[in-house]
Design a protein around this ligand. Structure first.
Ligand code: SAM
Length: 276
């Protein structure tokens, strides 16, 4: 339907470029528009609003995800200028703000993978927890305790709201606003059975804090970005990288390519058991 609606506005090649560059979050559409199509951004926005359901707002992503908070600037193209919406995943409800706090629908498979691995009774430390997506999806399924830490006050506030929105969790999520290293140093040393490090650009910088947070015998999920000529080599490259930078005895349990983040550039995760 969308393809048909864009006929006459975009060439077939332009339309296919556009499809791979749009995300739908609840009733919000976010579209990245190549420079060659900027002059057509308004009509693209209006066409998406009319043809994608449910859609209340279409935003143009004016800057890449950047800065400490991993947020982006959005420009309204069509519909209501409101960046908050509700998103549902694995039986959980989330209030998200697609401009003020990091959120990606593209991590949903990874959230489920982590939730499957968490065991009843575990303490999980989510160092860069955002609005609580990984934490709440895990606590929905397992009787775990999750510390969801985030430096962005908007993310921590939304996480608090999301904990209230999801009343029937098997486990408990505690939202903490602050710097992960400082929170761990002051309150969470040796507390975690499992630690998540989803700030892939800066994992090496925070690895010593992740190790400090995790008990001996606990698991760290180490996310990073790796260059690889071949997609299938990315995970092996990140395992080697982890082994070069780690500060403790580590057994690699597994790993996967989470998503491509650029040409020959991949977000990967390595799951490791550490011994201190
Ligand atoms: C890539 S996002 C991941 C968010 C969340 N795990 C998710 O998948 O929705 C990284 C998050 O780390 C937060 N962050 C950046 N530096 C931090 C720090 N020093 N301590 C705690 N959180 C931090 C950002 O605000 C952002 O929400």
């Amino acid at each position: 339907m969308l393809k048909k609606a864009l006929e006459g506005i975009l060439s077939e090649k332009e339309a296919s470029e556009l499809y791979s560059a749009f995300d739908q979050v609840g009733d919000i559409i976010i579209v990245r528009i190549p420079d060659s199509l900027i002059s057509k951004k308004k009509i693209i926005g209006e066409t998406l609003l009319e043809n994608v359901h449910p859609a209340r707002s279409v935003f143009y992503q004016a800057t890449p995800v950047a800065g400490d908070f991993r947020t982006r600037s959005l420009e309204i193209l069509a519909g209501e200028d409101n960046t908050q919406t509700e998103y549902k995943e694995y039986g959980c409800r989330f209030k998200v703000d697609v401009e003020k706090a990091f959120f990606s629908p593209r991590l949903s498979t990874e959230r489920n993978r982590i939730a499957q691995m968490v065991q009843d009774g575990e303490v999980v430390i989510n160092m860069f927890g955002g609005v609580g997506m990984f934490s709440i999806v895990a606590a929905k399924k397992k009787k775990c305790t999750v510390y969801n830490i985030d430096l962005n006050p908007e993310a921590a506030k939304l996480c608090d709201e999301n904990i209230r929105l999801n009343k029937k969790l098997a486990g408990t999520v505690i939202s903490i606003h602050g710097d992960a290293s400082q929170v761990i140093r002051e309150h969470l040393h040796d507390k975690g059975d499992r630690t998540l490090m989803l700030l892939p650009e800066r994992s090496d910088e925070f690895l010593s804090s992740a190790i400090s947070a995790t008990k001996s015998g606990g698991i760290i999920h180490y996310y990073s970005h790796q260059h690889a000529d071949k997609r299938q080599d990315a995970v092996q490259i990140s395992k080697q990288h982890y082994m070069e930078v780690t500060l403790v005895k580590s057994e690699i349990l597994g790993g996967r390519m989470v998503r491509a983040v650029g040409p020959r550039y991949y977000q990967t995760v390595v799951d490791v058991r550490i011994t201190k």
